[in-house]
Ligand binder design. Structure first.
Ligand SMILES: Cc1cc2nc3c(=O)[nH]c(=O)nc-3n(C[C@H](O)[C@H](O)[C@H](O)COP(=O)(O)O)c2cc1C
Length: 325
């Protein structure tokens, strides 16, 4: 698959997830075979103000390429300036626009999925961004509509394609649905039928069967996986094998999980500093450490560790137990 001029090795992409798809996690997923990884959504306002914490979210390494940086905002001029800033300063392979975030704090400002109920705004933002970063592909990640009475796919796909968007990722829930109910894959199929640009299917892929079913039912060019990859970068090696008809790889041992936790933690501390890194890692620990005997005890001690020293001690205890397995 190609997006713009970019070759994608595997059509299985890591979904952008705030607080999850940090640089260490993206590296791990990329090593396991993810075809594209994305930053979490980054505020266009924060980018143009050169807010240090905002810019930290964009940091990536060449080993992650091809990588997409996702931005959000409700003002076309700010979005186009932010897009230009990101491309000039960080040189990602893809610039992605967020039209999917359902959180009221974001949509109240006209950002995220607010554009689903104001297609003129969506046109303005998209055109401004496509024009300002014409040197790299611009993609869009969106939901199916604001609510059940205002579904905008597949029609909006033709509009976005005409404006110059290079691919669309669709999470076919509505804004009002948030994460309830089911993603309605019918909309992915309709969007694929209506567009010539690559369509990326997203929503409710929990295992290999779901992934194969989404490809077969919708005809999408790639799939994007979010929650099923949390604490499970191995998802991507299984997915690549399943897609190529190869035997399922050996599941990670407890020691593999412990070593992955340690590596993730070290990279996060290096990249985000001790305080932020340790705080961000709590969520990752609770994602990694589950589904084996005694997991709850290790998880509890890591997630509730009051400071970095206590966290390091708890991690050593987990590593020791894994080595003795
Ligand atoms: C914790 C979390 C954070 C998310 N953050 C973002 C984000 O920053 N940008 C975005 O476009 N979608 C975000 N999403 C939505 C996911 O990218 C994806 O569309 C959604 O989880 C459905 O896919 P899944 O069923 O494979 O999880 C987030 C989802 C979760 C669970």
């Amino acid at each position: 698959m190609r997006i713009g001029g970019i070759d994608i090795n595997n059509p299985i992409l890591l979904a952008p997830m705030a607080g999850v798809t940090d640089y260490p996690f993206r590296i791990l997923c990329k090593e396991m075979g993810a075809g594209i990884v994305y930053s979490e959504f980054v505020s266009a306002d924060g980018i143009i103000r050169e807010n240090a914490k905002t810019l930290d979210l964009i940091h990536f390494e060449d080993a992650e390429r091809p990588i997409g940086v996702q931005i959000f905002g409700g003002d076309a001029r700010v979005m186009s300036n932010a897009a230009r800033y990101v491309v000039d300063s960080f040189k990602p392979d893809i610039l992605d626009i967020n039209y999917g975030c359902p959180v009221p704090k974001v949509t109240k400002k006209g950002a995220g999925s607010a554009a689903l109920k104001d297609l003129c705004l969506m046109d303005d933002i998209t055109s401004a961004v496509v024009e300002s970063v014409s040197d790299i592909p611009v993609t869009v990640k969106m939901r199916a509509g604001w609510n059940d009475d205002s579904i905008i796919v597949p029609k909006v796909g033709e509009r976005l394609e005409k404006i110059g968007v290079s691919a669309i990722a669709l999470h076919p829930r509505t804004t009002k649905q948030r994460y309830t109910g089911k993603a309605d894959w019918r909309y992915i199929k309709e969007l694929k039928d209506a567009c010539s640009i690559p369509i990326i299917g997203n929503g409710d892929i929990r295992n290999m069967d779901d992934m194969i079913r989404m490809f077969e039912y919708t005809g999408c060019d790639a799939v994007m996986v979010g929650r099923a990859a949390q604490g499970n970068p191995w998802f991507f090696q299984n997915a690549v094998a399943a897609l190529n008809g190869e035997p399922e790889p050996t599941p990670p041992s407890l020691l593999d999980i412990a070593k992955t936790c340690k590596r993730h933690f070290e990279l996060l501390l290096e990249n985000r500093g001790e305080r932020t890194g340790a705080n961000l890692m709590r969520k990752h620990f609770s994602n990694y450490i589950k589904g084996f005997p005694g997991a709850a005890i290790f998880r509890q001690s890591l997630v509730t560790a009051p400071d970095l020293n206590a966290m390091n001690d708890a991690l050593s205890a987990f590593m020791q137990a894994a080595e003795n397995e």
